[in-house]
Design a protein around this ligand. Sequence first.
Ligand SMILES: Nc1ncnc2c1ncn2[C@@H]1O[C@H](COP(=O)(O)OP(=O)(O)O)[C@@H](O)[C@H]1O
Ligand SMILES: [Mg+2]
Length: 563
Amino acid sequence: MSDRERMRELARRGGHAKAAKLRAARGQLEPLGGTIRELAAALGAFQEPSWARWWAFLGALFALPLEAGEREAFRRFTGRDAPPAAPTGEAWVIAGRRAGKSRIAALVAAYLAACRDYRAVLSPGERGVVMALAADRAQARVILGYVKALFAHPTLAPLVARRLRDSVELRTGVAVEVHTASYRSTRGYTAVGAVLDEIAFWPTDESANPDAEILAAVRPAMATVPGAVLLAISTPYAPRGELYRAWERHYGRAESDVLVWRAASRDMNPGLSAGVVARAYEDDPAAAAAEYGAEFRRDVQAFLDAEAVRAVTVPGRRELAPQRSVAYVAFADPSGGSADSFTLAIAHVAGGRAVLDVVRERRPPFSPDDVVREYAEVLAAYGLARVTGDRYGGTWPAERFQVHGIRYEPSALPKSDLYRALLPLVNAGRVELLDDRRLGAQLAGLERRVARGGRDSVDHPPGGRDDRANAAAGALVLAAPARAPFLFGSGGSYRLDRDEEPRVEEPDPADALDADALRRAGGVWFPGEAWPTAGEPVERGRFTGDPRPPLEPPKDPDADGGP
Ligand SMILES: Nc1ncnc2c1ncn2[C@@H]1O[C@H](COP(=O)(O)OP(=O)(O)O)[C@@H](O)[C@H]1O
Ligand SMILES: [Mg+2]
């Protein structure tokens, strides 16, 4: 095909292409111009009726004229009467899985990069970036695939200067970059647009509030760019984080300059099989209501407040060296070395507080034997010949630690109960944490999931980790001072000295704790004053218990703490 023929071919596919090609040939780096509708039409994409709801959204976002049906969709999914008269700088879409979120995010990114003119705001040589941020590598690959497919179309291809692994650079001086959500990667750009995919699922591993931090970095980077668009788009999850905040503050608010659109998967993508959705609701209604119904999960709540965790973190304290004549306790969260980290924490009591001395983590891959040897040395340095640990993996941790003369005792308390026991200690300021970013983020990221009709659980969020938090919680709860007993099941903590009247509170059924498990773990149990089972209120009465040191579990459970 000759150049002339190629030009004609491009012209047939849309005026955009020809113009772009001519400009490129002449070295002019002009953006395509036009509306997002025109771009999609030129690309021959998103034209099927199944995309109609998305066109209502995009029309509202860019203040394009809406048809009657689109206005109706606007009202239904934004809770607002009239679409904004001017383009919106910030929009949030809360929609279910397979709703088409990532494809639309890619289209918006391509449009912002290829069609808008930023030459007035970019200095010569300065590159404007449309950031596309995804929850993880897999999601980033999905978006990158969608973006690259759009730029492979003859309408856009002539604009492409370079295709790199994670980005497409255009001759207009703008690039689309796709990354996983990480605070560092958003620094130092002039952002002409940002699409934030699955923002409710950004990993809280390195930072407790990655969504808030990235928004705080992206917003000023876009502030100098007229017409810059921030589009956050996600399946909802727990009622926390920036997605929830946006929904609370801006959904259904006519006066708001932030657009919030919420719709179930099948409302946005009618092609999605009704059977798939119905089966999901049968399997797990709470999960399906979020994943396909776009409702925030009321059964998932934040567990520890990030502020409370910060308050008990000793700034600058990385690790405490072993001291003579201090009794330490240790807790390990072993792993086989292929998927999860193997962590170890050491703590002691001082001044009525449980003090964290050490948190070690080995990330996979590793040889479990090597890590056990290393940790055995650490334990020995702190005068420890035993370590309590997760029940993970049956007997191998005990056998391997035994080789080094360390007794490994499976924890009587499951992980959820360790976290529940840690909660009042943190909230009452009765622990000292190391200044460890990942530990702090993991603790603040923990969430409580209320099982229907069952015990709640405390764990890391989907895709998150809690290896450090688990080891630290184990050691701190083991170390928790006996004279400042913690009562389980209260969600608070009480200093109960002898003859003091315990506070009377309605128990939270979700907080019920297995009294036997608590005893086996050497926790402190106050018959009559705490609630052994869900739903029984605490009786007001004199405190007559005799708390035992947590490190010495009672031989006879029934003799524990009785009057
Ligand atoms: N409204 C729609 N009409 C037609 N196909 C759709 C629609 N929404 C989504 N799809 C298709 O469903 C799949 C999932 O889309 P994607 O954007 O990755 O969903 P999400 O990010 O919301 O999970 C893609 O193959 C996409 O083309
Ligand atoms: Mg997606």
